[in-house]
Ligand binder design. Sequence first.
Ligand SMILES: *Cc1c(COP(=O)(O)O)cnc(C)c1O
Ligand code: SF4
Length: 347
Amino acid sequence: MHQDTTRTAQDLLDADLVSSEQAVAIDQVVKEFSMAVTPDMMELIDFNEPADPIAQQFIPSTKELNILPEELADPIGDFPHTPVKGIVHRYPDRVLLKTIHVCPVYCRFCFRREVVGNDGEGLSPQELESALDYIRNHPEIWEVILTGGDPMILSKPKLHSIIQALDQVDHVGIIRIHTRVPVVDPGRIDQEVAQILRVSKPVYMAIHTNHPKEFSETACSAIATLADAGIPLVSQTVLLKGINNDPETLTRLFRLIVRNRIKPYYLHHGDFAKGTSHFRTTIQEGQALMRALRGKISGLCQPTYVLDIPGGYGKVPIGPNYLQKQEDNQYYVEDPWSQAHLYPPKD
Ligand SMILES: *Cc1c(COP(=O)(O)O)cnc(C)c1O
Ligand code: SF4
């Protein structure tokens, strides 16, 4: 049976999943920020559970209409680093290539929510060619990161031609794809897609996933298709209040990620995207969560906790910190059980 993506309050009402009052509220939010929930994600939602971790990520809430003064339209500062349309060149050796502005789902906490959406425009063929020319003309670019939007919803011929074009640029060492598709729309991943990603240069995939419940059987088999094809997989997770901000959920999530042959890469502190304050934790809480994982679960299961500094200043690890400098090049270093030790040791 073919099902469509849920895009409007009316769709939810028609499916008898919300009350008409809720539908009016949702409609108000959707006017500001696009909504999309794939059939795969709809299936995972328990609509009788107000705190359902999937519903909270994808079903609009009127809390999003609460916009704080510090919440910025461009929270991670992409605009000042855009030399040509579709390129973000913030770090010397790597660029983002944003070919498309649509996603299979719209995460309610998205840091690019001002630019992604159903009415967002992608690159025209000429604009794509200019973006590729920028990459060709800048030999310092070692890595190209396809993002958006979600590049894995490009048509296969389009994806194929972009990957081929990048593979042919001598100075490009690796290609990376940032996507949510293997988890939220796993039916798009098949052998043909895996073949498209097998080129002479390594194509890494960074999969965005935030909760253990996202690992359905179909998601796991899509991920296995990619891993079997030899695509190195890493994950990105956003720290989200009420969804994954407890050690037990993060432990299950990072273990599931590793069990599925994905290396946890980043745990992102929530950005100042408009109307997302109900999802943000404090940095102190994030550090306490990371501390709770260190030593207790495998090192393979540990991501780096990072903050994208507002204004476009880059991503940096934000702890926790285990090292304290003393005088004379001596340090105190804390072990995973909070005991401090002098380094180098004194006898
Ligand atoms: C996040 C980001 C990258 C990738 O950063 P890594 O630390 O290499 O994962 C590159 N460019 C921009 C503009 C980014 O926001
Ligand atoms: S998939 Fe990524 S870009 Fe798309 S809405 Fe979610 S967070 Fe934003």
